[in-house]
Design a protein around this ligand. Sequence first.
Ligand code: ATP
Ligand code: LTN
Length: 327
Amino acid sequence: MKKRIFSGIKPSGDLHIGNYLGAIQNWVALQEEYDSIFCVVDMHAITVPQDPATLRKRTLEIAKIYLAAGIDPKKCSIFIQSYVSEHAELAWILNTIAKIPELEKMTQFKDKSVKDGKESVLVGLFDYPVLMAADIILYDTQLVPVGKDQKQHIELARELAQRFNYKFGETFVIPEAYTKKESENIMGLDDPTKKMSKSAKSEYNYIALSDDAETVRKKIKKAVTDSGSEIVYSDDKPALKNLINIYSLLDNKTPKEVETLFVGKGYADFKSALAEVIIQFLEPFQKRMAELSDEKVLKILEDGAKKVQSIAKKKLEEVKKKIGFIV
Ligand code: ATP
Ligand code: LTN
């Protein structure tokens, strides 16, 4: 039997190459070997206020991004989280074994509490990691391919699965995070000490998957670099290391191979070549996205939901029986 992977992305903003390299690029490779389920997590998106029309548009857009990136609906299931109500039901049950201090420890909650004050954090955002745990363990997921920022959430999913198993008997598989060193934490172009993020203050922080060629060239030109002039891949040159990682991941080369390409050349040459590598990835990707009709994508999402629902239903029934619900 193939191992199962599960992952998802929130439809809550423009995706950037950090999301692509940290998550989606790995999914595309893993789908060949694993029984793969990919979700558009709209219920996670509403943990911060969303405009309904925008949420609808972005939900379809995320599905189009999955498909344009190479996720193949013949090999995987792609669906919208809110289509499959078992996610919310299991999250409720897991709420009864999750502890408040476990959730208070979560970076996302702590950051928001510090930034905007605890009183502005909605209960849904506080509880976000429990819903994520439900997403994962509902499907007996073994591997969860995500970026580094999500590892803490997966730790909680493991903890809740183990706690449930201990209390009610063997029910859930204990999942593991899947990350790759070079891609798990793509850093901001304007600040290599912080991760690339769609909520960054400046658009010079990230390359959006929707950026056109001119914007890419402009942003890469402005990207922060380290002191010195040689193209070297090293921990004491974090800005350059990040740019070399992006280059190597998009051009299917090792960082060493990229270094070799630029021996004797300077930052200007490297940056203009990097911009072209990004454009060569983005242009065909954007073309594929534009060719996908809403109808076609909705059909794929409905088929995907049907496929996963039977797995989810069975697992939830088992859970309900174990905790004493009459099913
Ligand atoms: P952002 O900070 O940009 O809002 P996010 O992590 O809050 O991103 P998502 O868009 O749902 O929210 O993230 C989708 C996936 O992309 C997750 O697996 C996440 O770990 C990954 N990811 C996000 N940012 C990066 C990054 N800078 N480098 C690598 N992976 C990332
Ligand atoms: N919290 C994740 C999105 C997410 C997810 C999941 C990822 C929700 N449920 C299940 C992997 C598995 C984020 O990217 N911010």
